[in-house]
Design a protein around this ligand. Structure first.
Ligand SMILES: Nc1ncnc2c1ncn2[C@@H]1O[C@H](COP(=O)(O)OP(=O)(O)OP(=O)(O)O)[C@@H](O)[C@H]1O
Ligand SMILES: [Mg+2]
Length: 231
């Protein structure tokens, strides 16, 4: 598994008097296969996971993935860290399903045949076989989420970051995404408000106002989060 090191990280947004700390003095090492992130709206979860692939650069401190700095070695980090947004429309970039998957494989020096084979394998793996040439924007919400996942996973990242991948989905599609995620060999960092998704996870961190207030097994972390929410 990759080793995520977040060393003395703080981050603020805004300028001048509007400047507000969003992440405060985070220091942790994550090397478990399944890591959950929970906390209230605005507690800093998305900002935290965006640090992991260099989408956000920390104001203070460093973030490294297997020793690679997300700022200094940004390209290498983005190649190794796949990121899925809550809203799949934010990352589906090509007109058809197959083209969207193939897009992630460009500039990798693959032959046309290799591209086609890898795209086909991804379509099959994520239940999108019959949709290769369909307009991506006409897929259902769950299928879009699967396409977003497929387009990231086809690039074979070492670490997959998922920011609320089931928030927009019905129960059936959420279960489908869950099955796919459960079956992945990769390290996964998952932000979610669907607490049952975290059953079987190795470690769950709880954010509150930009700080980690609990870090441990899922049951205790979820209990700590519930206690915070009903405080
Ligand atoms: N690009 C930005 N510019 C200014 N403020 C931002 C930006 N991104 C996030 N924030 C602020 O940082 C705080 C934390 O936001 P973040 O998106 O990390 O929260 P979150 O825990 O993911 O919340 P949610 O559960 O609602 O997704 C919020 O107050 C938000 O308004
Ligand atoms: Mg968020």
């Amino acid at each position: 598994m990759p080793r995520i090191r977040v060393a003395d990280v703080s981050h603020s947004f805004g300028d001048g008097s509007a400047r507000r700390p969003v992440l405060v003095d985070l220091d942790l090492t994550l090397a478990e296969p399944r890591i959950g992130v929970v906390g209230a709206n605005g507690s800093g979860k998305s900002t935290f996971v965006r640090l992991l692939n260099g989408l956000v650069h920390p104001d203070a401190g460093t973030v490294t993935i297997d020793g690679r700095d997300t700022v200094r070695d940004g390209r290498e980090v983005r190649r190794r860290v796949g990121f899925c947004f809550t809203d799949p429309d934010a990352q589906i970039v090509m007109p058809t399903v197959a083209e969207d998957i193939a897009f992630g494989l460009r500039r990798r020096g693959l032959s046309k045949d290799e591209m086609r084979a890898r795209t086909q394998a991804a379509l099959t793996a994520y239940g999108l076989d019959g949709h290769a040439d369909h307009p991506a924007h006409l897929l259902s919400g769950g299928q879009k989420q699967l396409l977003a996942l497929a387009s990231v996973l086809v690039t074979e990242p070492d670490l997959l970051v998922l920011d609320e991948p089931t928030t927009l989905l019905d129960l059936r599609n959420a279960a489908m995404v869950r099955r796919v995620v459960d079956g992945l060999p990769q390290q996964v960092v998952l932000v979610t408000h669907h607490l049952d998704l975290l059953d079987g996870f190795d470690r769950v961190v709880v954010f509150d106002e930009g700080r980690i207030v609990h870090d441990g097994a899922p049951a205790e972390a979820v209990a700590a989060y519930r206690a915070l929410a009903t405080r």
